[in-house]
Design a protein around this ligand. Structure first.
Ligand SMILES: *[C@@H]1O[C@H](CO)[C@@H](O)[C@H](O)[C@H]1NC(C)=O
Ligand SMILES: *[C@@H]1O[C@H](CO)[C@@H](O)[C@H](O)[C@H]1NC(C)=O
Ligand SMILES: *[C@@H]1O[C@H](CO)[C@@H](O)[C@H](O)[C@H]1NC(C)=O
Length: 451
């Protein structure tokens, strides 16, 4: 990828103080931006038509973008499906992705990427492990993932977490996920050459999904997510826009001011006829939703896949695949801009109650040792072989002043209008966390990344 390397030189002029600035441009696809509650590629409304792509599933945690032979084969199927996006849950941030990203770019496919890996993620086991796992070693890995992908035009967005809140009783995780979102946004502004959307992919927990959506879109600009997404399995064929309850999910979020989409969908209770494709890309929904990602490409033990992997390593599209390709083919996007809302207002933070145990909307301040990355860059990523971050490094020491995550520069290379993110970030409210120094005795390297 000579062209990619040559462009790196261009990055240097952007802001000499930031030696780690990621190259300005690579790939032919138009980068996707956020406008109001929608995504745009240039002047065109962008709807996510995508599939989750993690052959081997979560347990295997292999990087599918490094297996070029399989990727080439699978891209042919992505083209048959007519999709424009894949979601990948785990990549190896110590490796170069030029070849795989170029193949995707050439095929017109964007990447929605999770910034976590099983070993470098928040540990939601208890409130203590959550606090302990939001540390500098974890953030270094997340930021290294940003560095590894920010230069690709076809990097659509980053997920700052996936289904970390998966029950009624772990909503306390919300402040930590939102802190990671804030830190990623600040890091991108400081180091990337364009704004890249960052948001959370939530589990559809009936009791608290609305509070989650409101929470990620409330507070100061630096703390708010750029989009919100949830994994939805409520449309089980035979169904309809009203029978699935998707009509209510449009009504509920009609005033939501940032892009919303389904980060996974595709219930397998009965034969999948994919009626949801016609609904999702119709005017019934596009004023509020920007498409979604079908779960998932390969058949894994949980039975959701569109292609079977045969014992000799070949793949065979199944009937779900054929029906899905047909459904996409029949469904055009709405004309114009699909009724999006350009000028919504951020949400109010949801008050605590029995279903939402987030007492304060104050977020933890970035861990002291992680502040250095904002100026000097994250350095090399630990990849998938690293020791893991759950009990490494040092945790956050206090709650942050809203606004402390303002970047020190903008992605077009100008100095931002604040007194300096580093020093601003260090103004904590200094409410010491009750858990500081309290390392959980039990060694629980459990996974908080659940597919
Ligand atoms: C939530 O409840 C489950 C089941 O009762 C329990 O195993 C888990 O530890 C609880 N989680 C938290 C964060 O308290
Ligand atoms: C749109 O909504 C109407 C009214 O609820 C419904 O009859 C129609 O089937 C929906 N269209 C799609 C494509 O789901
Ligand atoms: C900084 O503030 C000035 C005056 O308010 C404004 O003209 C300028 O565009 C701002 N620059 C950035 C990078 O926001």
């Amino acid at each position: 990828m000579k062209s990619f390397a040559a462009l790196f030189v261009l990055g240097a002029y952007v802001a000499p103080a930031f030696a780690m600035v990621v190259p300005r441009k690579s790939g032919n696809l138009t980068p996707v931006t956020v406008r109001g509650n929608a995504f745009f590629a240039g002047e065109e409304r962008f709807y996510i038509r995508g599939v989750a792509y993690q052959p081997g599933g979560a347990a295997d945690a292999a990087d599918p973008l490094l297996d070029i032979k399989s990727l080439k084969r699978d891209i042919e199927n992505f083209k048959k499906l007519g999709i424009n996006t894949i979601r990948v849950y785990t990549i190896d941030n110590s490796q170069d992705h030029d070849e795989g990203m170029k193949l995707l770019d050439d095929a017109g496919i964007y990447l929605a990427l999770d910034a976590n890996t099983p070993k470098y993620s928040l540990n939601r086991e208890t409130e203590q492990t959550l606090h302990r796992s939001y540390n500098d070693v974890y953030l270094q890995s997340v930021f290294a993932t940003v560095d590894a992908f920010a230069g690709y035009n076809n990097l659509l967005l980053f997920f700052s977490g996936n289904e970390v809140i998966n029950a009624k009783n772990n909503t306390v995780a919300a402040t930590y996920i939102k802190a990671v979102t804030r830190d990623m946004k600040q890091y991108i502004s400081n180091h990337a050459s364009r704004q890249i959307p960052v948001g959370y992919s939530a589990a559809d927990v009936a009791e608290n999904i609305k509070q989650q959506a409101l929470f990620f879109n409330c507070g100061t600009e630096d703390e708010r997510a750029d989009f919100f997404a949830f994994n939805d399995y409520s449309w089980c064929d035979p169904s309809s826009f009203t029978q699935s309850g998707w009509d209510k999910k449009v009504e509920t979020y009609k005033d939501y001011s940032i892009p919303l989409f389904l980060s996974e969908f595709g219930c397998i209770t009965n034969t999948r006829e994919w009626g949801e494709i016609a609904a999702l890309y119709s005017n019934n929904m596009t004023g509020v939703y920007s498409g979604g990602l079908v779960y998932e490409y390969t058949v894994e033990p949980n039975g959701y896949g569109l292609v079977e992997v045969t014992p000799n390593g070949n793949i065979e599209p199944n009937e779900d695949f054929e029906r899905l390709a047909e459904a996409y083919k029949k469904t055009k996007n709405p004309s114009g801009t699909g009724g999006f809302n350009e000028n919504g207002s951020p949400s109010q933070c949801p008050p605590p109650d029995d279903e939402w145990e987030v007492e304060s909307s104050l977020l933890p301040t970035i861990p002291e040792n992680a502040k250095q990355f904002m100026n000097k860059g994250a350095g090399d990523g630990p990849g998938l072989e690293g020791d893991g971050s759950h009990f490494a490094g040092e945790a956050s020491m206090s709650t942050a002043t809203p606004g402390s995550g303002i970047p020190t520069r903008t992605p077009d290379g100008q100095a931002a209008n604040n007194t300096g993110g580093e020093s601003a970030a260090s103004f904590g409210v200094h409410i010491p966390f009750q858990f500081v120094g309290m390392i959980a005795g039990s060694v629980m390297f459990g996974m908080s990344l659940v597919l």
